[in-house]
Write a protein that binds this ligand. Structure first.
Ligand code: CAA
Length: 259
């Protein structure tokens, strides 16, 4: 297994790989090295058939406090233009398997944006979400303006991005930014439980479902429906679809093989 400094990567357990952001002295600030390591770990996980789903988490008190402001301070306009970070974000966004986030404490700036790259979010009730970039004279730079407005709507997205205010886990749930709120001690356990359940499902169907759902963010209803129909049709060619239907008819548990 590769050695990382800014993230901790577990072994695969019941199809689930757990990645923990690990910069405790800097509120898990997302320096370039951390994003590179995360993109590398996800690329490795994408190519590993044993990995069916990923859990992404931080510590008990912080998910991530955003881009590393100390690192960012040294970049002039040319430095920002040549910054490799957008390529890491792109690789994270293209990860084809489900990512379930367990978020406790702060998820701010790039931390909130990283959370929005995940497919399902379980939040501890101590979580706080925000896009405070405006206080630094900048704006969200890793998809925040686009993903936030598509997720929580215009007025709330404007409120977060323009005022820099934070919202609580309960508010985030009421806006659809997270799907469940737990006590902080249980968020990782619940995220892992969900990831393990997803890991028992037919992997090709899971992958196509994620692709089709994410397409809804960025396309018209008509072309989204078209993609869904094609994915649905494609699944008729899989062994797992035959197995799923046969198991239902025979009143037994399906044995999915990923074929
Ligand atoms: N980058 C670098 N270091 C950070 C950091 C960040 N984003 N957030 C916190 N830290 C560091 C602090 O500098 C401090 O380090 P030192 O002890 O060496 O001084 C340490 O973490 C603890 O921070 P605080 O003393 O500030 O702790 P606090 O409990 O009083 O406050 C906080 C916590 C509310 C998270 C506060 O640290 C904070 O507001 N952080 C910045 C949040 C932010 O603005 N994020 C957006 C970054 S820009 C971005 O993300 C752009 C993008 O979209 C790509």
């Amino acid at each position: 297994m590769q050695n990382y400094e800014d993230i901790l990567v577990s072994g695969v357990e019941s199809g689930v790989l757990t990645i923990r952001l690990n910069r405790p002295d800097a509120y898990n600030a997302l320096r370039t090295q951390l994003l590179r390591e995360l993109a590398d770990a996800l690329d490795t996980a994408a190519a590993d058939d044993q990995v069916k789903a990923v859990v992404l988490t931080g510590s008990d008190t912080v998910f991530a406090a955003g881009a590393d402001i100390k690192e960012m301070a040294s970049l002039d306009v040319v430095g920002v233009m040549n910054d490799p970070r957008p390529t890491f974000w792109r690789r994270i966004a293209l990860f084809p398997k489900p990512i379930v986030a367990a978020v406790n404490g702060f998820a701010l700036g790039g931390g909130c944006e990283l959370m929005m790259h995940c497919d399902i979010v379980i939040a501890g009730d101590n979580a706080q979400f925000g896009q405070p970039e405006i206080n630094l004279g900048i704006i969200p730079g890793a998809g925040g303006t686009q993903r936030l407005i598509r997720t929580i709507g215009k007025s709330m997205a404007m409120q977060l991005v323009l005022s820099g205010e934070f919202i609580s886990a309960q508010q985030a749930r009421s806006f659809g930014l997270v799907s469940e709120v737990t006590i902080p001690e249980r968020s990782l356990e619940r995220a892992t439980q969900l990831a393990k359940k997803i890991a028992t499902k037919p992997p090709i169907a899971v992958r196509l479902a994620k692709e089709a759902l994410l397409k809804a963010y960025e396309t018209t209803l008509d072309s989204g429906l078209n993609l869904e129909r094609k994915a649905f049709t494609l699944l008729a060619a899989t062994e797992d679809r035959n197995e799923g239907i046969a198991a239902f008819m025979e009143k037994r548990k399906p044995n999915f093989t990923g074929k």
